[in-house]
Design a protein around this ligand. Sequence first.
Ligand code: ATP
Length: 633
Amino acid sequence: MAPQTKADRSFGGLTPVLSPWVLEAVDAMGFAKTTPVQHAAIPMFMKNSDVVVEAVTGSGKTLAFLIPIVERLLRLDAPLKKHHVGAIIISPTRELATQINTVLCSLLKFHAPSAAALEPEDEDSDMEDADAPPKPTFPAGTLKVVPQLLLGGSVTPAQDLSAFLKKQTNVLIGTPGRLLELLSSRHVHCSSSFDALVLDEADRLLDLGFKDDLQKILSRLPKQRRTGLFSASVSEAVDQLIRVGLRNPVRIAVKVKARAAENGQIEDKRTPASLQMSYLVAPPSHKLPAIKQILEKVQPQPQKTIFYLATCFAVDYFQHVLPEVLKGHTIVPLHGKHPDKVRRKNFSKFVDSVTPSVLITTDVAARGLDIPSVDLVLQLDPPSDPKTFIHRCGRAGRAGRKGLAVTFLTPGLEEDYVEFLRVRQTPVAPLTSPSIDVTPEDITKITNAIRKVAKTDRAIYDKAQRGFVSWVRAYSKHTASSIFRVEDLDWSELGTAWGLLRLPRMPETKKWEGDKSLGVTMDFDAFAYKDKVREQQRQTELAEAAAQGSGGKKFVKENKLAKAWTQQKDHKALKELRREKKVAKREHDRRANMTEEEKKKEEELDKMIAQMRKKVKQTEADEEEDEFKGFDD
Ligand SMILES: Nc1ncnc2c1ncn2[C@@H]1O[C@H](COP(=O)(O)OP(=O)(O)OP(=O)(O)O)[C@@H](O)[C@H]1O
């Protein structure tokens, strides 16, 4: 067959030729042509090459690795043996793993033997539905792909193993921890028939401190395998991973060419052309009024908006006050500290919503999530990691669809962020349409609306204080520390912008001589929790404090917090210890049988892990610190 020309971007023109059922599937999905990354990566990954693929957000990377995986597994000479894994896809978040599994299942619906294996068995019913078509049967030895999603959370590792054994799954998709648990079972085999490993959003996997787990997963897989690394941004850390985990990989980088606004020259961009990336210079108190206007003025009206905040605690607070500010929008919170059930429920609520909705979230939702109808991305502040900036914006403007991303920058130093992004091939332009005009009345109206909500329940006030402290902490850790300087923050402006009832006590504001009451007069001792039990507890503590004299109140509160915190940490530490002990024994046996070269690689990885651990520990320590700060005496 003649090689595919540049003009021929059809799936049918790819070499090696794709199976008819795959062509039928992509056709049914409405994809007439391959995207550039699919055009380049599918042929390579279908051969025996390891690949490192870097392509802009929303460019179709998921099918670029799923199609080669299924095609190769279905072309094996014989089916994989019972309880043998053929491919593994590792994802940094549960949401992303779920999404990959959904795309894979949609694809496999077009492959009859795999589709039959996907169908849930009706365990409760022993009556045959007379009208239902008979279930298709396939001769023994028919090749099929049976995926399994491994997420942790609601399902136990034992249930995962039981599903693996019962359904005889052969493609595993999941987050590193749970994948590792399953692979550690002696019933799960990744032998010479193992074909491919994919690391999706590899740099995020490393950022989240999964290096240790990744290394262990790699060590359980045969060396003769294909490995693919897919991301919208490949960092230096990923380069290290490539050295130890991949063999002479083919590098595929799909960049977007764009004309620079300032000099008209064509330059590489790391973001899709359909995405308008803009910024608005506005003091903190102008941001929420501006967001309200953007949501009202953008045409057509955005149905799905993602609004990024710096921390989980900030999300916990804004979920209570934003419904008052952004009336007519459903506000859905999502962050990494939510229990798994809440996380899933809220994510579905946002995805399935048929009315205008705003997902308020942290970077847990910055990567890979494909919600095609997101038209608008708002960032209250730029993320501390510039790579995350691209990923956050990239939730809009996917697959050629028009999208708008707006980031707010405080006048003064923060404007330098524009140049900071430009040199990282991420040009942003000032927001010109819609035009935004914030008046002092708009600000007062919004601050008052927020304060009114906060005054209804002391719990919301607590969340505001905690959220604000965590935000300051996040701000102080910005990578571009010369642009984002805590010393330059205007506390009074920020207090107004957040609708705080007073500024929390924090080291950062210790020397600030402004009005910490932010002009709000209220009796904080009489400020009650809506929850009766909690309020009763507060009253008891107040009485205890009064009995102990001055300083007692603060002592009672901090003592209580410290106790709760310690119990939680003890439990976590114990769990972690047990897991480590289990894995350590296996690890010892494995290392005993290593060659010198393998030991060297292992040492290199150990060093990287140690560095990552240091980073993760620091982050955890900072979060713990937040638990104690931000409370008034
Ligand atoms: N060939 C195609 N033609 C048109 N749309 C496509 C094609 N392939 C995939 N898509 C659509 O493009 C969207 C983005 O795809 P996908 O989620 O795979 O992007 P991605 O490159 O992985 O993005 P990110 O880096 O943000 O994870 C999806 O909605 C998908 O259905």
